[in-house]
Design a binder for this molecule. Sequence first.
Ligand SMILES: CCCCCCCC/C=C\CCCCCCCC(=O)NCC(=O)O
Length: 463
Amino acid sequence: MTQEQLWQVLDPLWADPRVLSALFCGSAATIVLLKWLGHRQIQQKMEEARRTRDLALERMEKAARRFKQENPGTQTAHILSLTMVELAEKLKEGSLSPESVLYSYIGKALEVNQEVNCVIDFVHGCEDQLQKLKKQKEKGLLYGIPVSIKDHIDCKGHVSTGGLVKFLGQVKEEDSVIVQVLKSQGAIPFVKTNIPQTMINYDCSNLIFGQTLNPLNHQKTPGGSSGGEGALIAGGGSLLGIGSDVAGSIRLPSSFCGLCGLKPTGFRISKLGVISPIAGMSSVIGMLGPIARDVDSLALCMKALLCEEMFRLDPTVPPIPFDEEVYTSSKPLRIGYYEEDGYFQPSPSMKRAVQQTRKLLQEAGHTIVPFAPPKIDYMVDELFTRGIFSDGAAHLVDSFKGDIVDPNLKSQFNTYRLPALLKRILAIILKPIYPRIARDLSALCGVGSAKNLWDQHVAVAVG
Ligand SMILES: CCCCCCCC/C=C\CCCCCCCC(=O)NCC(=O)O
């Protein structure tokens, strides 16, 4: 049949409004059906992940119960009350067994989880790690210390979800480098903890595992993105956690939960075996780091991590060990501080904390120098925000494909996915009334070209 003959057959049909409306309704119904099927598939995957999580929690419960029955004399309350440094000493000298410590923390983590929903998986290999440790002659710096691990850090046999459905089912075949190093130092990674969807957020909620609450006040968030860590440690269910931080993800939950956290200098710790929805973004350097109840725990963790094993497993990590001399030195220091950075409004409690710290440092003989962070608007808008979103948020928006956006992230996500032209027009309109929002919107357009990205990297390097 020629094209002309085909049109002769079709022409009268096209002119018929019933055919047109049937075609329109059919297409609309197909789109709705496909969307519904996609949605249902996502829901099913999330339900499956929740079932797996519930089974893991049951397994934890059984392990803790069995240990309690077999060891009724275990001084759980005493173990849980010790600082990490005290615990490490007792484990090393043998006055406490790694079993008693691990199972005490498994039991407590379950209790805290019931209250604030912070644990998403039980690292079942922890019981094998325990047996392995007992056979080793050499005791590492973290011998017998249970450690909680943020969701996106790979643990062999477990999924790193990023709070995203697309990663569900992808069971990791290897431990991340940081988990390998922790184990080589005698630590026992025992649970994985909750995060916000994608981790580019300061709350702690995703549609797979739900919202994590702050144990100090259930009306509040524990902060994010290492919010599961913050909640678990603040609740007493772990005494050392590994989080990650690009733009506050260790520091915010530590602050919101009354804990200590450290974002180490860039590249200090290996990130091999860690997932990220913005992998490739290198204007603001992300790092893994510890969260704990006190500074000495952070120092002990860093001392343990900055070891030959880390430098061997990831040769891109500078082989510089922890500087004990600097850490223990009592030489007076010259320390800069500010109460307000001229951009973000500090709460009265934040100001108070800075003032109290300043006073204590002065009393300890240090020289305290107030300073104003230079070119703050340029630093925050052009180097930080435009740096994180140098691709115009394209990678982040892509990571939501095949997923449902958590309601907590909806306004954030909707802003990111606006076309660049619209963001630019809105920025121009809003500039006279809301200059900061206008600058944010402009920064969210990204840098535009590879040439501009190189210029941006230079600007970050020279300030
Ligand atoms: C009209 C509304 C305008 C909204 C403008 C939004 C501007 C957003 C600017 C900055 C937000 C950056 C959020 C970054 C969170 C990063 C948390 C983090 O460190 N994650 C990494 C990790 O967990 O490793």
